[in-house]
Design a protein around this ligand. Structure first.
Ligand code: SF4
Ligand code: SF4
Length: 360
C-alpha cells in the first residue's frame, strides 16, 4: 500500500474513533521526558489561571520527537504477571479493549526482535506475550529529534521504524505521512480511508530530509562519544573477559537493577509463589542480573558472587551470547540505561573500552 497523508485534526479523530476498540496510549511531553498516558484522560487545552495544574492536555501529546521513558516491553511483558493458581496454569484473558500504542519508536520496535526470540522462539512460547503481540495495535512514529544518549545507528537501528509496526507516522509538521507495516495496519488505513489523502512529492521529500537530519544527529552523538559500531563488538567482550575494566566500571554500581528494568530488550524473570489464605498463586516477575541472588541456586552456590562479574555478565549476554545464539545484539542503542544508572555507568563508554582494549 502506498503512503498516505493524514492531517493532525484527522489523526485525533481517528484515535478517538479507535478508542471504541482499543485503550489508546499516547506519548505526553513532560519537560524533557515523554511518558505514555491514556488518550481518554487528556483534557482539551484550556487557558488556566496562574498556578493551576490542569494535568496533561492534548497539547502535551507528541507523536514524533524521541522515544518515551517507558520501554515498550512494559505493555507486552508485564512486570508482574499471574501465571498459575493452585498448580493450574492461568490462561491469558482476551482483553475487552487491547492496547493501541501510539508513537512507539524504532529502538523499541527492534526490542521486539529480542523479546520475540525469547518468548516466541522454537523452544518456548509465552502465551501472555504472544496474546499481547497479537491483540495490541502499534502506531509507531519516526524520531524527529534525538537525545544526546541515543546511539541506535551504531547497533544498525535507523531512527525511523522499518518493521514490527502496524502503521507508522512521520510527523512533517501539521500532518503525518502514514504507512502500513502489517495486514492489520493496511486494514486500518482502508477502513478509515476518509481521514487520509494522497501525499504530494514535496511532503514525501520533507519526510526523507527529516529522517536524514535525525540520523545525522545520532551519528554526531556516536562520533562525539566514540561509540564503536556493531561490527567491531564481535568477540570484544570475550577478549576482555579477565580485563580489570569490569572491576573499575562496577565500582559505582549500587546494584539497583534500573539498567535491566528500563531496558527494552532485558527479559529475565523469576517465578514467585505466594501463599494466601486459601490459594497458592504463582507470579512471573521481572528479574535483574545485577542483583546478587539472580543466579544463586539451591544449596546457596552462586556462579557470579561479585558485582563486577554480574556487570560483565550483562554485557556478555547482550553483546556476545545473544548474537551467537540469535544472530542479534540485545541492545537497541536507546540510551535509557545511561540516564537511569545512579552510578553513572555509561554503556557507550564500556563498549568503547572493550573495543579499545582489543586493539592494544
Ligand atoms: S542496554 Fe541500554 S542502550 Fe541498550 S537497549 Fe538496553 S537500555 Fe537501551
Ligand atoms: S543501573 Fe547502574 S547502579 Fe543500577 S544496577 Fe545497573 S549498573 Fe548498577
Amino acid at each position: 500500500m502506498d503512503p498516505k497523508l493524514i492531517a493532525q485534526a484527522n489523526l485525533l479523530s481517528l484515535l478517538n474513533e479507535l478508542q471504541e476498540q482499543y485503550s489508546v496510549l499516547v506519548p505526553i511531553r513532560k519537560g524533557e521526558t515523554r511518558f505514555y498516558e491514556p488518550l481518554s484522560v487528556l483534557k482539551p487545552q484550556v487557558n488556566q489561571g496562574a498556578g493551576a495544574n490542569p494535568g496533561s492536555t492534548l497539547n502535551d501529546f507528541v507523536v514524533g520527537e524521541v522515544r518515551a521513558f517507558e520501554p515498550l516491553k512494559t505493555f507486552f511483558f508485564q512486570a508482574k504477571q499471574k501465571v498459575a493458581e493452585n498448580y493450574q496454569d492461568t490462561a491469558p484473558r482476551k482483553q475487552a479493549k487491547p492496547l493501541c500504542i501510539v508513537g512507539a519508536k524504532a529502538c523499541d520496535l527492534k526490542g521486539f526482535k529480542v523479546l520475540d526470540a525469547v518468548f516466541m522462539g522454537d523452544d518456548y512460547l509465552d502465551p501472555f506475550y504472544k496474546t499481547a503481540r497479537e491483540e495490541n495495535l502499534i502506531i509507531s512514529a519516526d524520531c524527529t529529534s534525538a537525545l544526546e544518549v541515543c546511539f541506535c545507528l551504531s547497533l544498525q537501528v535507523d531512527p525511523y521504524p522499518k518493521e514490527n509496526f502496524d502503521v507508522n507516522l512521520s510527523d512533517i509538521g501539521g500532518s503525518y505521512i502514514a504507512e502500513a507495516g502489517s495486514d492489520k495496519g493496511t486494514r486500518l488505513l482502508e477502513k478509515h480511508s476518509g481521514y487520509f489523502q494522497e501525499p504530494g512529492k514535496d511532503q514525501l521529500k520533507k519526510r526523507d530530509k527529516q529522517r536524514a537530519e535525525v540520523a545525522e544527529q545520532v551519528r554526531n552523538n556516536i562520533r562525539s562519544n566514540g561509540v564503536p559500531a556493531q561490527d567491531r563488538l564481535a568477540g570484544a567482550i570475550q577478549k576482555n573477559y579477565e580485563n580489570p575494566l569490569w572491576k573499575e566500571e562496577a565500582e559505582t554500581c549500587v546494584e539497583c537493577g534500573a539498567c535491566n528494568t528500563i531496558c527494552p530488550t532485558c527479559h529475565c524473570f523469576l517465578l514467585y509463589d505466594q501463599l494466601g489464605d486459601r490459594d497458592l498463586v504463582r507470579y512471573r516477575l521481572w528479574d535483574s542480573c545485577l542483583i546478587k541472588d539472580f543466579a544463586k541456586v539451591a544449596g546457596g552456590a552462586n556462579p557470579r558472587p561479585q558485582l563486577w562479574m554480574r556487570l560483565r555478565n550483562r554485557f556478555e549476554k547482550k553483546f556476545d551470547y545473544f548474537p551467537k545464539v540469535n544472530d542479534l545484539y540485545a541492545c537497541t542503542g536507546c540510551g535509557r540505561c545511561i540516564l537511569a544508572c545512579p552510578g553513572k555507568i555509561d554503556i557507550r563508554n564500556v563498549l568503547k573500552r572493550n573495543v579499545e582494549n582489543v586493539r592494544k
